[in-house]
Every structure is written in structure tokens, then in C-alpha cells.
Design a protein around this ligand. Structure first.
Ligand code: FAS
Ligand code: PHB
Length: 419
């Protein structure tokens, strides 16, 4: 088999990339370890940044999302609520930064992407295994894999690793060239879906002495709730009754009083960590999405970062094939990482602000209260929150024109002098 771009992983990053490349007349083959049904059954992100909504609309992937909310379409949100113990504040987005977000589950995005790939006629090989990447530093890389017990080889020009946080493509970058940065959090998120009306018409991020809670939704009769839980917990530790009782304890009184409980239709625990693997390119291998970086879901950034990376990859590959110009490919990693690290920072900050850390003391709780009060009393603080939460621009222009006002910190020499 031969193609121009081999894509490893058919989650949001890999399948969106294949669709965008198809639109640019660049053929690709997508290799996915799991079955389509498995991928479509995962319940993950819920919030799309303004930039991600624009990408889906421009790519013809927003038909269902843009249907009226009452008919099952996406739900535009203009703000979120934050509560600390019993205090509560709202951060409005449009008034602060002129942008808003869209509540539209990752499951729906994935459905639309798979339908698009079928319509495009893109080759998506699922239930494959034993993926190995070869000859990355030549102009003739390849991918070998097994499918139905037979080993196959895919020759290509480029390989894009979109194989997520447990993928192997980043490991194809030699260890001495790879730098990883990680922060593991001493807790997880227990999430449930329930066919009940949401507790409020906007999200509530609740920080309580007992721990963090998040009230989200998928539509008027499908709510998504999360509780901070111990990183040793398993789903079996949490009956529905225990979940609802704990959630009520952590919410502000008014929200707790409005809570409608019901049987969970999905229940899962996700570990929380911040992780970045640099660089996001090695020879003819590019990395995009969770394959290169993972953020705690607190800032609703994971899916949106994947979309941003993919937009940059497609723009760079299009210049390669259309203009024979590789400047954008050469700048891809540094350009993507500048935006990734800003999202890693925001996700880390919001997690630190809202969660209870077992090893923290009253000093830390006072710092959280001070941050919260600053948000409650400063429109500038709320604007910074809104700027990050609704999404920073996808810097396609920086692929060819690096930002002038930001100097890349020089690596100090052994003597401490700047190089
Ligand atoms: P994905 O992990 O989605 O996709 C990678 C794909 O590659 C998978 O389908 C996998 O099967 C496949 N793969 C892996 N190894 C392979 C191999 N060797 N060969 C072939 N295929 C391979 N983000 C939010 O914004 N909000 C949330 O609430 C949220 N909740 C989450 C809950 C969980 C449990 C997890 C794991 C993540 C959550 N995220 C959330 C983050 C999530 O949405 C990711 O950011 C998003 O799925 C990233 O998309 P991809 O980069 O495509 O990675
Ligand atoms: C969700 O609806 O699943 C969701 C919303 C906001 C987050 C994380 C998850 O920060």
C-alpha cells in the first residue's frame, strides 16, 4: 500500500486530519487500533472553543451541531459559574472577550468525523495492531502493522502520530532527542452521564472543602457530572446514591436544591495529569493531539488542543505539497508547542484553583480564596479567564512568520552567559 500521509489513530485528531487533508486533495490512510464502535462509545469532552467551532463549520462538519439546540443541536454557552465553598460567581465570555463556547460532546464530533471520512472515501483501517514506524529520517518512511493476522506495510511521505496518550508514535522519536514534562495529580475525576435535566443552564465548577465537582451537560435531558475522587478509587467504589449525595454536598446550596438525580447511564474514572512531549516533529514524523500532550480536563482543553494541532499540520503539509515549501513544517513543532503550553498552564491553574490537594494546608486554601476573590472583583481577571477558556487563536500565521514580540529564551551556556 502507498499513500502520501499515514495517520496513526482515528480519534478526533486523526480523523479530522484525514478529512482536512482530503479537502486539500492530499490522500491519507488512517490506522486505528480499536473498532469504530469502541471509539464511538467513548464519553469524553464536552466543550468546544470558539476556534474549534469555526474549524468544524469551515470543514462542513457542523450540520448537526448547528441544528437548533431544542432539536438536539449544540448549545452555545456565554459563561460559566465558579463556586468556592459557598461563594459563587459567574464569568461571562462575550462581555469580556467577544467569544463564547459550544457544548457539543466529543462523541458527536467523532460521529460526524467518521461519517465525513466515509463520504470522502478515505481508507480507515480499524482493529489493526503492532504498529511500527520506519525510516523516519529518510524521505521514504513507512508503517508496518498487522490486521486479521497478516503483516502489512504502508509506504508514505509523512506519518502523523495521532494515537493519543497511550500511543506509541512519540516513542519513535529517539530518547536522547525527546524531552518530556509531567505533573501527576493526586486525584482522578469520576464522571457520570444521567438522563436528567442539568442543574443549571451553564456549567458550574465547584470547589469545596470535600473536593471538586463539575456540573455539565449534553442536552436538556442528558447531564454530565464529575467529582474529584481519590486516585486509588475504582468505579465500583461509587454507587449512584453515593455519587449524588457527595455531589450535593459540594455544590452551592441553590444548585444542590435544583439537582435532579437519576440512574447513571455511563460511569467512569479518568486519571488527571499534565504531560508534554517535545518536539512534536522528528524527520517525517509529526505528532498531534494527546499523542504529544495531555491536560487535566478541568480547562476543557484536550479535544480543542487536538483540533488546533491538526489545523497546523494540515496547513504545513498543504504548503509542502502545493508550493514545495517546507518552512511551515520546520516551524510546526515550536508553533504548536507555544499554544500547547498556554493551555497546559491554564488547565494546571484551574485545577490548582478548584481542587483539594491532600498535602496542602490552610495557607493554600487562603490562596485559593484570594484567587477566587480576585476573579469576583476584577473584570481584568475575568477577561483573562475568558480569553483562555474560550480558546486562544490557532496560530497558522506563525508557521511562516514567528511572533516578533516574543523572544525565544536563549539556553544559558555552562558559564551562565546567554548563548
Ligand atoms: P484520542 O486518545 O482521542 O485518540 C487516539 C486514538 O488512537 C484512539 O482511538 C486509540 O485507540 C488510537 N490508538 C492508540 N494507539 C494506537 C496504535 N498503536 N495504533 C493505532 N491506533 C492507536 N478532554 C476535554 O476537553 N474534556 C473532557 O472532559 C475530557 N475527558 C476525558 C476523559 C478521558 C477518560 C480521557 C482519556 C480523555 C478526556 N479528555 C477530555 C481528553 C480527550 O478528549 C482528548 O483530548 C482527545 O480525545 C484527544 O484526541 P486525540 O488526540 O485524537 O486522542
Ligand atoms: C464535559 O462536559 O464533559 C466537560 C465540560 C467541561 C470540562 C470538562 C468536561 O472542563
Amino acid at each position: 500500500m502507498r499513500t502520501r500521509v499515514a495517520i496513526v489513530g482515528a480519534g478526533p485528531a486523526g480523523s479530522l486530519l484525514a478529512h482536512l487533508l482530503h479537502g486539500a486533495g492530499i490522500d491519507s490512510v488512517v490506522l486505528e487500533r480499536r473498532s469504530r464502535a469502541y471509539v464511538l462509545g467513548r464519553v469524553r469532552a464536552g466543550v468546544l472553543e470558539a476556534g474549534s467551532v469555526r474549524v468544524l463549520r469551515d470543514a462542513g462538519l457542523a450540520g448537526r451541531m448547528d441544528a437548533p439546540t431544542a432539536d438536539g443541536g449544540g448549545d452555545p454557552h456565554d459563561g460559566v459559574g465558579l463556586s468556592l465553598d459557598q461563594g459563587h460567581l459567574r464569568i461571562g465570555f462575550t462581555e469580556a472577550v467577544g467569544r463564547r463556547v459550544m457544548l457539543w460532546g466529543q462523541t458527536e464530533v467523532q460521529h460526524d468525523l467518521y461519517d465525513a471520512l466515509d463520504a470522502d472515501g478515505v481508507t480507515l483501517l480499524d482493529e489493526i495492531d503492532d504498529v511500527e514506524l520506519h525510516d523516519l529520517t529518510t524521505d521514504a518512511p513507512s508503517v508496518t502493522f498487522t490486521r486479521d493476522g497478516a503483516t502489512q506495510r504502508l509506504d508514505c511521505d509523512w506519518i502523523v502520530g495521532c494515537d493519543g496518550s497511550r500511543g506509541t508514535s512519540r516513542l519513535a522519536i529517539p530518547e536522547d532527542l525527546r524531552r518530556t514534562y509531567e505533573r501527576a495529580y493526586p486525584f482522578g475525576w469520576l464522571g457520570i452521564l444521567s438522563e436528567t435535566p442539568p442543574v443549571d443552564d451553564e456549567l458550574i465548577y465547584a470547589s469545596h472543602e470535600r473536593g471538586f465537582a463539575l456540573c455539565s451537560m449534553r442536552h436538556a435531558m442528558l447531564s454530565r457530572y464529575y467529582l474529584q475522587c481519590d486516585d486509588t478509587d475504582v468505579v465500583e467504589d461509587w454507587s449512584d446514591d453515593r455519587f449524588w449525595t457527595e455531589l450535593s454536598e459540594r455544590l452551592p446550596d441553590e444548585a444542590a436544591a435544583a439537582l435532579v438525580t437519576g440512574p447513571s447511564v455511563e460511569k467512569s474514572i479518568a486519571p488527571l495529569r499534565s504531560f508534554v512531549s517535545e518536539p512534536m516533529r522528528h524527520g517525517r514524523l509529526l505528532l498531534a493531539g494527546d499523542a504529544a500532550h495531555v491536560v487535566p480536563p478541568t480547562g476543557a482543553k484536550g479535544l480543542n488542543l487536538a483540533i488546533g494541532d491538526v489545523v497546523l499540520v494540515e496547513a504545513a503539509l498543504r504548503r509542502h505539497y502545493d508550493d514545495g515549501d517546507d518552512e511551515a513544517l520546520d516551524r510546526y513543532s515550536e508553533t504548536a508547542l507555544r499554544r500547547v503550553w498556554k493551555a497546559v498552564r491554564f488547565s494546571w491553574w484551574l485545577t490548582t484553583l478548584t481542587h483539594r490537594f491532600p498535602d496542602r494546608d490552610d495557607f493554600d486554601r487562603r490562596i485559593q480564596a484570594a484567587e477566587f476573590h480576585h476573579l469576583a472583583t476584577s473584570p481584568h481577571a475575568r477577561a483573562t479567564f475568558a480569553d483562555n477558556y474560550t480558546g486562544l487563536p490557532i496560530p497558522v500565521d506563525q508557521l511562516t512568520t514567528p511572533p516578533e514580540h516574543v523572544t525565544t529564551p536563549q539556553t544559558p551556556t555552562a558559564t551562565g552567559a546567554r548563548a
